[in-house]
Ligand binder design. Structure first.
Ligand code: ADP
Ligand code: MG
Length: 324
């Protein structure tokens, strides 16, 4: 592989959890209703994701693994109107540059599936294979040809923890999709599809958290905010249980976190952080998700408005409920 491709790969694929994030996002974008993740050795030895999504047409496979090729945007203007999780067309190319990747896929239009392997960017010919409609991707020996990156990997159990977090963010954002995660021969999560977001939250965080949640909802112009915030009597010693999703994408946003802190001011003990699960939807033209390759940072056109909408909604909620 050329040096340029490897550098590009490094930006998106930092560790096994980055692979998992990208592949899960692709499965969601493919319209899957069921997604299975299996890992071995903290994802360093194996990451396998299978979905029952739309699959990839045989003729499209070379493009799917080519750098900067995406089927999700047609014009440059679409970059400012992103409706899918992926759009940069970098993930599969980057992952296949630094691993042994096998892809098996079939669309509903054909009876036979196609299989392709890529080792460090070198692809084999596409051969027919039997497989259900959808896509199965196996990534083995991650960073086998990038020793420096490999050296920076932590222990398998630490890497598995990062994968678990990446899985949680996506499975939380899409409760209507069934998800399974296996680590080694252990089933870590088995999550049936549900219409009720709280069921999915409960499956991850248990009864104490789920039972402390208050529903919040607010719609202002084209910005909607829905979800749950916990009664201040149930809090955390760090801000890790604050899940904010913008148009289905998990984000970390300083300003929104600050609004949260303000809303809870005086209600929490010093050093405690509120728990929240919030889904925001904004028209995609008002959000720039193309700030960073991992898309976790976003830029809002009307950040101040969102800040005050969140603050107002929560303050109203706290004023109108009997807090324990
Ligand atoms: P992006 O998601 O930004 O388009 P990727 O490199 O992640 O770029 O994927 C490249 C292309 O491969 C996608 O645009 C899509 O057409 C196809 N693809 C990848 N994964 C899947 C999948 N699980 N199901 C169907 N198509 C997929
Ligand atoms: Mg993608």
């Amino acid at each position: 592989p050329s040096l340029i491709n490897k550098i590009a790969a490094g930006e998106v694929i930092e560790r096994p959890a980055s692979v998992v994030k990208e592949l899960l996002e692709n499965s969601v974008d493919a319209g899957a209703t069921s997604i299975e993740l299996s890992i071995e050795g903290g994802g360093i030895d194996l990451i396998r994701i299978s979905d029952n999504g739309c699959g990839i047409d045989e003729e499209q496979i070379p493009l799917a693994i080519a750098s900067h090729a995406t089927s999700k945007l047609e014009t440059a203007d679409d970059l400012f109107d992103v409706h899918t999780l992926g759009f940069r067309g970098e993930a599969l190319a980057s992952i296949s540059e630094v691993s042994h990747l096998t892809l098996r896929t079939r669309t509903a239009e054909t009876d036979a599936g196609s299989e392709l392997s890529v080792r460090g960017g070198e692809a084999t010919a596409i051969v027919p294979t039997g497989c259900p409609v959808g896509t199965i991707i196996e990534v083995r020996h991650l960073f086998f040809n990038t020793p420096v990156r490999r050296k920076f990997l932590r222990t398998p159990s630490t890497e598995a923890g990062h994968i678990s977090e990446a899985f949680t963010r996506i499975a939380l954002a899409f409760p209507e999709i069934q998800f399974t995660m296996r680590s080694g021969n252990r089933v870590q999560y088995e999550l049936p599809a549900t219409e009720h977001w709280k069921d999915r939250i409960r499956a991850f965080f248990g009864d104490e958290v789920a039972d402390a949640l208050m529903e919040v909802e607010s719609i202002q112009d084209d910005a909607s905010l829905r979800g749950y915030v916990a009664d201040p009597s149930v809090s955390r010693s760090n801000n890790r249980m604050q899940y904010i999703f913008l148009n289905g994408r998990h984000i970390r946003d300083r300003s929104l976190q600050h609004a949260l802190g303000e809303a809870y001011r005086g209600l929490l003990m010093v050093g405690r952080f509120p728990i929240c699960f919030l889904r925001m939807n904004l028209s995609p033209q008002k959000v720039d998700v193309n700030v960073h390759p991992t898309k976790m940072e976003v830029r809002f056109q009307e950040g101040g408005k969102l800040y005050s909408q969140l603050l107002k909604t929560l303050r109203h909620q706290f004023l109108t409920t009997d807090l324990t």
